[in-house]
Design a protein around this ligand. Structure first.
Ligand code: UT7
Length: 334
């Protein structure tokens, strides 16, 4: 796909929020039920903990909490449309988004789900930008929410340690392309010939070809990133913050190295949350904006890869979200 740049009004980031379940499961906790070690998981993935939703905590619940945090941390805005990216909707039918909208007091607005694996949030940003550019909406709430920990078979040591649950949300408002915070060029792609590499027919039945996924993830995220950086008129050395989907620490390090982005410019939270699917990027953005790792003016490169196969990258300059607009205690359930 040729990198897309907005025509018409641009989508500008105006608020962000996140939610994580309270329950934290450490690698040592996993060793009590799986034939694995903390050392193996840490060295192969960089993960030490993950947050796992209880049986009473649905994808809808996580999405509502993240969205509510975004809405209360920004200026009060009328939301015209809601998109929820998820691989783990609570039901095959109906979609998650209408229930999320209603619980937020937004009954009546267009609300729908999209499924693009761990790339889902970047697809949601593209959708939000399109709704705004076409004049269909002035303000869009884009949410990534997943309970990915429900997908592996509970005894599969090759996949259980990788995944966690969570949600992230972003409010995008109508604005102009030259504003700080405007979504810049986007690259999105898919390749169904790789459909069997990550596949789940139902919860508890995930199949993943880890080594092949690893290779594709590094290749696709690196290539999409290069293209989007070029389309933005940047050099790779201009990237202040690389925000890759937190698949695992080794994948993201390979991507950063291939792009020549120094470690200090790469944001990461995989150690504490694992791979949270479509929630991964907005959750990391919310945490980093709240703790100062991500600040106004940072040239920010988002990139993701996931089941499908799907991949994508988006460039933007991070906006000046005033302190009142930053999510407080981003991500933790209270
Ligand atoms: O959004 C994308 C989502 N997917 C991913 O991010 C996954 C990408 N893939 C990976 O990150 C890596 O492929 C894994 C972390 C999943 C696996 O690492 P690996 O270095 O590719 O290991 P492997 O699958 O080649 O397995 C090496 C060995 C095997 O034992 P043998 O056959 O050599 O005796 C596995 O059985 O490691 C064993 N193994 C484990 N050992 C201890 C696999 N999982 C574990 C475990 N603890 N949890």
């Amino acid at each position: 796909m040729t990198p897309a740049t907005a025509r018409g009004p641009a989508a500008v980031v105006s608020a962000i929020g996140a939610a994580l379940p309270m329950n934290i499961v450490s690698n040592d906790d996993l060793t009590t039920r799986l034939d694995t070690t903390d050392e193996w998981i840490r060295s192969r993935t960089g993960i030490t903990h993950r947050h796992i939703a209880g049986a009473d905590q649905s994808t809808t619940d996580l999405a509502v909490r993240a969205a509510a945090q975004a809405l209360t941390s920004g200026e009060p805005e009328q939301v015209d449309a809601l998109v929820v990216a998820t691989t783990t909707p609570d039901h095959c039918c109906p979609a998650t988004a209408p229930a999320v909208a209603t619980r937020l007091g937004l009954t009546g607005i267009p609300a729908y789900d999209l499924a693009a694996g761990c790339t889902g949030f970047l697809y949601a940003l593209a959708t939000a930008a399109g709704l705004i550019a076409s004049g269909t909406a002035r303000t869009v709430l884009a949410v990534g929410a997943d309970r990915l920990a429900s997908l592996p078979h509970p005894e599969d040591r090759t996949t259980v340690p990788l995944f966690g649950d969570g949600a992230g949300a972003m409010v995008l408002r109508h604005g102009s392309a030259d504003e700080t915070g405007a979504l810049g060029p986007m690259v999105l792609g898919s390749d169904g010939t790789g459909a069997d590499l990550i596949r789940a027919s139902r919860p508890g039945a995930l199949h993943m070809d880890g080594a092949d996924v690893f290779r594709h993830a590094v290749d696709r995220m690196s290539t999409a990133s290069r293209r989007v950086v070029a389309a933005a008129g940047w050099d790779l050395g201009d990237v202040d913050r690389l925000v890759p989907h937190q698949a695992n620490g080794r994948i993201t390090s390979f991507v950063a190295r291939r792009l020549g982005v120094p470690d200090g410019r790469q944001l990461s939270n995989v150690a504490e949350v694992g791979n949270t699917g479509a929630a991964s990027i907005p959750l990391l953005l919310a945490q980093a904006a709240a703790d100062g790792r991500l600040g106004p003016g940072h040239r920010t490169l988002l990139t993701a890869f996931g089941a499908g196969l799907t991949w994508g990258a988006v460039a933007l300059t991070w906006p000046d979200l005033s302190p009142a607009r930053l999510p407080k205690g981003a991500g933790h359930d209270r």
